[in-house]
Structure formats: structure tokens, C-alpha cells
Design a protein around this ligand. Structure first.
Ligand code: HSE
Length: 297
């Protein structure tokens, strides 16, 4: 039996659109029992609407890797235990892809390195900012190069916590990307480039006083506010309540604040209250940062 544990992830962290991300201690697991009749069982907190047949994303990803490896598809029994809420900006589809790749690679005798799995995961997901932290853990930067995605772990176990405030509504990434203009001004590009620089410094130096300014963005959050009433106001409320920094998590609708242990109560409450003023009900969860990415035991 193989057990894969894959962390939730939060992408962008404000200005790092499609390149920055971090892994969170909230997990989906995949249990694979080899040499069993094919079947998929879904358990955990999120099973509604997920297929338990050959169209399942974890299974399709496993088959895709075996095809690439020219490895004959084995008959296996899968149990998928889901605790990462789907379509909320916490990397549930990346977790399915990364988990499927790690599972299939393990069953094939681990011919691919983590770096090679990242390249496949990026092709399947379309952007690397969730799959990189899901594979490597910590806070990551994904750099598109001519040879593929270069993953950099900026800090593996930063000394902060994250509050994720998860609205009751779903938002798919395609829709959230659809509201973004195809071109950006030079002024806005410079704003985000400089802020990502500051964020990288904040993580590497562990100087979290830089996160407040570093997590500001002009490329996607303002534009996405039409999809989530109170988005910008909730980020400001988190900062006022003492968060180091706050942002939309991935393409939303979840919001994330990075903070010290002693401000978690005040920040969660302030974010919830602000969202509620805009008619949005949400659930807060305080999480630590995952330090190792997907594991296989
Ligand atoms: N960076 C993506 C976006 C989400 O903001 O659309 C996660 O890959």
C-alpha cells in the first residue's frame, strides 16, 4: 500500500502572479492498493461532485504519467481523502495533479525526479505557482526558463502562521482569470516587479515587517474585487488588526493573512466581520506552513 499526502497551497501572495506560492498544513491523501480491481473511493470533507470513475483528475493524471513513461497501466484501488476545499483558491486541483503524479511515479519505480514531476505538473495545471509548493513545501518562487520551470524555495519553514478565510461561495480559476485584461501598463508591471523583489527579501531575511508593503498588488486583486465583494476592504482589515500581510489566495475567493501566533484571533475576527458587512459568509482556519511538500509513505 502507498500513502501520498499532499498539502493545500496559496498562490500569488499578492504581487507574485503565477510565480509565488506557499504550502499549508491542510492535506488531501491518496491511498493506493496495487493489484486490486480498479475502483475509486472518495472520503473526507469534500466528495460532492467529484467523479469516482476513470474521469477522476487523480486517476487521469496517473494514467498520463504512465503513458509518458511507457509503463503499462496497473490495476489499483484508490482511496482519495479530501480536506482541501475545491474551487476556493487553495490548490485543490494542483493537489490532485501532484498527488496523482507522485503516486504513479512511485508505482513505476520512481524514474522521475521531483524536478521532472514539476515540469509535467506545470504542463497539466497551466501555471506553476500552486504545483511548486505542493511538491517542495515552504514558500516558493517558480521561474519560467527556456528549459522549463525553475523552482526556488525561498524559505522552507518560515516563522509565521496563515489564516485562510474561506467564503461559502465557489470561484473557478478560469472565471477569475477571465476578468483580467490581456495587457498591463508599464507602470503596473513596475509596481508588481518591485513588490515581488521586496517580498523575496522579506522571506529570505525573515523580515516580516516588509510583508505589509511587499504583498501589495495592482495586477489582479483590484480587478477581481468585482467577483468578491469586500475583497480589498478585508485585506485592509487584516492589516489593521495586526497581520504582517494579506492577499487574495490564488484566484480566490479565499483570502489569506500571514501573521504571528498572537494576532490570529484578532485578524480572523476582523476579516470575518468585514466580509460579513459585504454579505459574504466565510470560515476561518489558522494553519502552519507545510515544510516538505507532497510525501509518500
Ligand atoms: N495564479 C493563478 C491566478 C492562480 O491568480 O489566476 C493559481 O495558479
Amino acid at each position: 500500500m502507498i500513502l501520498i499526502k499532499i498539502p493545500a497551497t496559496s498562490a500569488n501572495l499578492g504581487p507574485g502572479f503565477d510565480c509565488l506560492g506557499l504550502a499549508l498544513q491542510l492535506y488531501n491523501t491518496i491511498t493506493v492498493e496495487p493489484d486490486q480491481p480498479f475502483q475509486i473511493s472518495l472520503t473526507g470533507s469534500y466528495t460532492d461532485g467529484l467523479p469516482a470513475d476513470e474521469s477522476n483528475l487523480v486517476w487521469r493524471t496517473m494514467c498520463h504519467l504512465w503513458e509518458l513513461l511507457h509503463f503499462p497501466t496497473p490495476s489499483v484501488s484508490l482511496t482519495l481523502e479530501n480536506y482541501i476545499p475545491p474551487a476556493r483558491g487553495l490548490g485543490s486541483s494542483s493537489a490532485a495533479i501532484v498527488g496523482g503524479l507522485v503516486a504513479a511515479n512511485t508505482l513505476a519505480g520512481s524514474p522521475y525526479t521531483k524536478y521532472e514531476l514539476l515540469q509535467v505538473a506545470n504542463t497539466l495545471e497551466g501555471h506553476p505557482d500552486n504545483v511548486t509548493p505542493a511538491l517542495y513545501g515552504g514558500v516558493t518562487l517558480s521561474i519560467p526558463t527556456t528549459e522549463g520551470i525553475l523552482p526556488r524555495v525561498l524559505t522552507q519553514s518560515p516563522n509565521f502562521k496563515a489564516v485562510v478565510v474561506i467564503p461559502n461561495t465557489h470561484l473557478n480559476t478560469e472565471k477569475a482569470r477571465g476578468v483580467l485584461p490581456p495587457q498591463v501598463s508599464r507602470k503596473d508591471a513596475v509596481f508588481n516587479i518591485s513588490h515581488v523583489g521586496l517580498l523575496v527579501e522579506a522571506f529570505i531575511r525573515e523580515d516580516f515587517s516588509l510583508l505589509k508593503e511587499g504583498m501589495r498588488d495592482v495586477l489582479h486583486q483590484n480587478q477581481r474585487a468585482i467577483l468578491l465583494p469586500g475583497l480589498l476592504e478585508t485585506i485592509e482589515a487584516a492589516l489593521q488588526a495586526g497581520a504582517y500581510g494579506a492577499a487574495l489566495s490564488g484566484s480566490g475567493p479565499t483570502l489569506i493573512a500571514l501573521l504571528s501566533e498572537n494576532s490570529q484571533q484578532a485578524v480572523s475576527q476582523s476579516m470575518l466581520t468585514t466580509l460579513k458587512q459585504y454579505g459574504v459568509n466565510a470560515q476561518p482556519i489558522v494553519l502552519d506552513i507545510d515544510t516538505c511538500g507532497a510525501t509518500c509513505g
